[in-house]
Ligand binder design. Structure first.
Ligand code: NAD
Length: 355
């Protein structure tokens, strides 16, 4: 099969880590007989420098014409003083909107070899954990009606949480379908004891659960979920939640894995085309020093194989290769605690050897 992949390398360490992921995809292609064709487009600060805007029209068109998109990261001090609308980060919202991406999948997995990186007590993470957070990405309070007005006590500001049946149904379906490919458990997180929007969310989650009898389903209030994530993270398999709750809980979950350089993500819409990127930023402090950990981007490329192209065996190869390299004790600078470490290219070589 031939797959056209748009590459948005971006700024800082973006080009280095995307190059590593491309090498891994090429190895997978050679092993399984797939042809991956890569086309690079400008985004972020690099696009501002070249053509004066963070998300050029050609980039949007190229992404929409591709089978899927791999993104490095955008931003850096060079562009920090630009007004909000012209900043590199603006391109992220723009490309997500242009591609109609309403789901954000964020796995938070503790690799057994990295247990010591986890800030939780050893007995809590003895058996590791592997959570998939399914966050609604284009609705809720971040997109609801907002404004300033004069209220009972003078000036006040408001933001509105609003979810439609359609928005909840489609994210519920993603969560249950995701669970079918994993350990068949879904926990939906809401604030149904207080919020009307959460009560509709919960009602529709229950309706959807009835269509997936093989998936074990439960609800959890968001305040309790924040505690349970650090008390017993291994209880979670798939977590589905709203835009704001997902924003906060996915950052909490990423923190307990211990390393920002390890965590991939996928943003998905109605079609198979997705946007895959590491959760970290452009790390300008280490750009060009061969110190970047490319694993989050390599795992993001693996998620692309699984979710956009249905290549589960190929994705498993990547995940297993990363597991093996970490288990063998190889570390990048962010995980080395001052001990000798492998460069971005060297750790990529080790992963390639395992595929
Ligand atoms: P960051 O994630 O770039 O860096 C935070 C810290 O983690 C830094 O010390 C960095 O060196 C380290 N780090 C991050 N990724 C790493 C990796 N793969 N390997 C090793 N170390 C890694 O966050 P920041 O410093 O707050 O932001 C830097 C720039 O990135 C800013 O311009 C910000 O707006 C942008 N940003 C972009 C995205 C994105 O493109 N999706 C996300 C977050 C931040």
């Amino acid at each position: 099969m031939k797959y056209n992949i748009a590459l948005l390398k971006g700024d800082g360490i973006g080009p280095e880590i995307v190059d590593s992921a491309v090498r891994v995809l090429e190895k997978i292609g050679a092993k399984y007989g797939h042809e991956f064709c890569f086309t690079s487009y400008l985004i972020g600060g690099a696009a501002i420098d070249a053509c004066g805007e963070p998300l050029p029209k050609e980039t949007v068109e190229g992404c929409l014409a591709s089978d899927s998109v791999l993104l490095g990261a955008v931003g850096g001090p060079k562009w920090d003083t630009l007004p909000g609308n012209c900043r590199p980060e603006k391109a992220l919202l723009g490309i997500r909107a242009a591609m109609g991406l309403f789901t954000n999948l964020r796995p938070a997995k503790l690799y057994p070899a990295l247990k010591d990186e986890c800030p939780l007590r050893a007995d809590i993470v003895e058996n590791g954990f592997d959570i998939m957070i399914v966050r609604e990405l284009t609705g809720g309070i971040y997109f609801g009606e907002r404004g300033m007005r004069q209220g009972k006590w003078g000036e006040e500001a408001y933001d509105t949480e609003c979810y439609s049946r359609m928005e909840i149904e489609r994210i519920a379906k993603v969560a249950f379908e995701t669970a079918l490919k994993r350990n068949k458990r879904v926990i939906s997180i809401d604030k149904a004891n207080v919020l009307e929007s959460s009560r509709l969310w919960r009602k529709i989650m229950h309706e959807t659960a009835e269509k997936y009898p093989t998936v074990q389903y439960s609800d959890m209030l968001v305040d309790n979920a924040a505690m349970e994530l650090v008390r017993n993270p291994a209880q979670f398999d798939v977590v589905v939640t709203s835009n704001m709750f997902g924003d906060i809980l996915s950052d909490e979950a990423s923190q307990i894995t211990g390393s920002i350089g390890m965590l991939p993500s996928a943003s998905l819409g109605e079609t198979a085309r997705g946007l895959y990127e590491p959760i970290h930023g452009s790390a300008p402090d280490i750009a060009g020093q061969h110190k970047a950990n490319p694993i989050a981007t390599i795992l993001s490329a693996g998620m692309m194989l699984l979710h956009s192209f249905g290549l589960s065996k190929e994705n498993a190869d990547i995940v297993n290769a990363v597991d093996a390299v970490l288990a063998a004790g190889y570390r990048t600078a962010d995980l080395s605690h001052g001990a000798p470490y492998l460069s971005t290219e060297e750790i990529t070589d080790k992963i390639l050897e395992q595929i």
